[in-house]
Ligand binder design. Structure first.
Ligand SMILES: [Zn+2]
Ligand SMILES: [Zn+2]
Length: 168
C-alpha cells in the first residue's frame, strides 16, 4: 500500500484508504501458523506540522496449531496501525522508532508486516485449559484419556530413592 505525501498535503481532511494485504509469507516463516488470511487494512493519513500521521487498523484471521495439542485453532486478530512520516531529516527522532523519513511515496507494506509480526502468538493455545498430548502415547488428552505413567523421575532422584529403600 502506497500513499503519496502530495495527495495527503493537498487535502485538509484526512485521506483514507482500504485495501487487502497479503500476509501469507508469515505462515511460511512461523511453523505455529497453519494459515493467515489476507488482512483488511483501513488507514487514514493526515499531515500536521510537517509530520504525516497514518493510523487505522488491520484485521486478519490466523489459523494456529495449538502449541500443546497441535489442533488447528482460529484467532481473529485486530492490529492497531500507527506510523509517522516526515520529509525533513531534522524531524527524525533517534529515540522514536515510529517516525520514518520519506520523500513522496509512503510505502506502508513493511510497517504493516512488522505490526502483524508483533501480533503473532508464539505459544498459541486452542484453550487455556488445553490438556495437550500425552508424552508417552501421543493421544490428544482433550478428547481421549489414557493410563500412561507420565511421571518423570530424575535418574539421580531414582538412585536416592533406592538408597533410602535399602536403608529401611
Ligand atoms: Zn490444544
Ligand atoms: Zn498416554
Amino acid at each position: 500500500m502506497i500513499l503519496r505525501w502530495r495527495d495527503v498535503s493537498d487535502h485538509t481532511e484526512p485521506v483514507c484508504l482500504e485495501d487487502s494485504f497479503d500476509l501469507s509469507r508469515l505462515a511460511e516463516e512461523h511453523s505455529q501458523i497453519a494459515q493467515i488470511d489476507p488482512a483488511h487494512v483501513a488507514v487514514c493519513a493526515s499531515i500536521h506540522d510537517q509530520m504525516c500521521t497514518i493510523q487505522g487498523q488491520m484485521d486478519t484471521r490466523i489459523t494456529y496449531y495449538c502449541s500443546r495439542c497441535l489442533t488447528p485453532t482460529v484467532q481473529l486478530v485486530a492490529v492497531a496501525v500507527v506510523e509517522r512520516f516526515v520529509q525533513d531529516p531534522d524531524k527524525v527522532d533517534e529515540d522514536d522508532d515510529q517516525v520514518h523519513l520519506v520523500s513522496d511515496a509512503i510505502e506502508l507494506d513493511p510497517y504493516l508486516e512488522q505490526a502483524a509480526v508483533l501480533a503473532i502468538s508464539y505459544r498459541p493455545l486452542c484453550s487455556d485449559s488445553c490438556q495437550g498430548l500425552c508424552p508417552v502415547c501421543g493421544i490428544n488428552k482433550n478428547v481421549q484419556t489414557c493410563t500412561c505413567d507420565t511421571r518423570r523421575v530424575d535418574p539421580r532422584l531414582a538412585d536416592l530413592a533406592k538408597f533410602f529403600q535399602q536403608d529401611e
